[in-house]
Design a protein around this ligand. Structure first.
Ligand code: ASP
Length: 353
């Protein structure tokens, strides 16, 4: 809010300066039109699982709420949803069957951020991340420390592992290897049991949301249960400021989903914001991030037969003007926006077919 006042002040001063040379009536007219001109057109962007979250966020933005309130309230819906198995309650657990969540928030106008990583038993890690931002001198709390901090602030603890998620985990475990003692349901006739099938493969999933509010301020959030069946303690890109999300109130806001390790190595969100600062559109900046992930990958195990990065990484960005863009490593991806009228699904740009 401080920023928008400053912005308005600059524009208004420039206009009134010009008007002084003509007449005071003109001056008043100029001021009125300056106000209209600077009223930001709100927008919110999210990963494909954020339709309800965007509805909620835009409703709050239209009520005049700060973007940080809107994006957090939006993603809380997904964190609470047991059927979204990539975020919050009902998220897929680590390899030991325990749900560990990562989340971060960044507030444009105050240039502050907060995050928690590997937190257990708290279904809204994005809310805890906000409290880290507002009630500590730190940016990131992990594991046991993050949980104790959440407890101290009155967050309720609960078992986040739903039966649905536990069963997916169990299938993964039982099909992980033919050499261990865990077996999936089978008959005495079955020979090939304990083999990993496509449907039991580990997967990624997250929600990112960035928004521009009515005051022209930006904020963002990313929240996730991370890579399914991860090594306990594994932290992805989502709670890392600059990797899983970044926002600069003068420029734009960006975030990512997909293979966190690739993004951690490239700090893509801060790069996207910096490319937008240099004049790239949100889409161009997101594509540059895909390009950088691909070009910097030297490990053959992460490449397909043509030497292309084989994992999925997706980027989302909006700029201060309310323009949006997204890009994926491969074609077929999409992202969502709410432009104040409705939620719209937009095809993402891509690096490879
Ligand atoms: N980026 C997240 C992570 O690596 C997962 C995802 O977005 O799917 O933890």
């Amino acid at each position: 809010m401080e920023n928008i006042n400053r912005r308005k002040f600059i524009k208004t001063t420039a206009l009134s300066g010009a008007a002084v040379a003509t007449s005071s009536i003109l001056n008043l007219e100029s001021l009125a039109s300056a106000k209209e001109e600077t009223a930001a057109k709100p927008i919110a962007i999210s990963s494909g699982n954020g339709a309800k979250a965007l509805e909620k966020a835009m409703e709050m933005i239209k009520e005049g709420k700060d973007a940080i309130d809107a994006v957090i309230a939006g993603v809380n819906i997904v964190e609470d949803d047991p059927n979204d198995m990539s975020v919050g309650y009902g998220g897929l657990p680590n390899e030991e069957g325990v749900v560990e969540l990562d989340a971060a928030v960044m507030h444009g106008p105050s240039y502050r951020a907060g995050s928690v990583a590997g937190i257990r038993n708290i279904k809204n890690p994005s809310k805890v991340a906000r409290v880290v931002m507002e009630r500590t001198d730190h940016v990131l709390l992990v594991g046991e420390g993050a949980l104790k901090f959440a407890r101290a602030h009155g967050f309720a603890e609960e078992n986040l592992l739903t039966d649905q998620a536990r069963e997916v985990w169990l299938k993964w475990k039982e099909n992980l290897s033919k050499e261990d003692d865990w077996l999936p349901p089978h008959t005495i006739e079955d020979k090939e049991i304990g083999q990993i099938f496509e449907k039991y493969l580990r997967h990624y999933g997250t929600i990112h949301m960035s928004a521009l509010d009515m005051n022209g301020n930006l904020s963002c959030v990313t929240t996730t249960s991370g890579l399914s069946f991860k090594i306990p303690g594994r932290i992805g890109d989502s709670p890392i400021i600059g990797a899983g999300l970044y926002c600069d109130n003068e420029v734009g806001s960006a975030g990512s989903t997909g293979r966190g390790e690739a993004n951690l190595l490239n700090c893509s969100s801060v790069m996207i914001v910096e490319w937008m600062r240099q004049g790239k559109s949100p889409e161009e900046a997101c594509l540059l991030a895909c390009k950088r992930v691909n070009e910097r990958c030297r490990e053959k195990r992460l490449q397909d037969d043509q030497g292309k990065f084989k994992h999925g990484v997706s980027f989302y960005a909006i700029n201060k003007k309310g323009e949006h863009g997204g890009a994926n490593m491969r074609s077929g991806g999409s992202y969502l926006i709410h432009d104040g009228t409705a939620v719209k699904r937009i095809e993402s740009a891509y690096l490879f077919k």
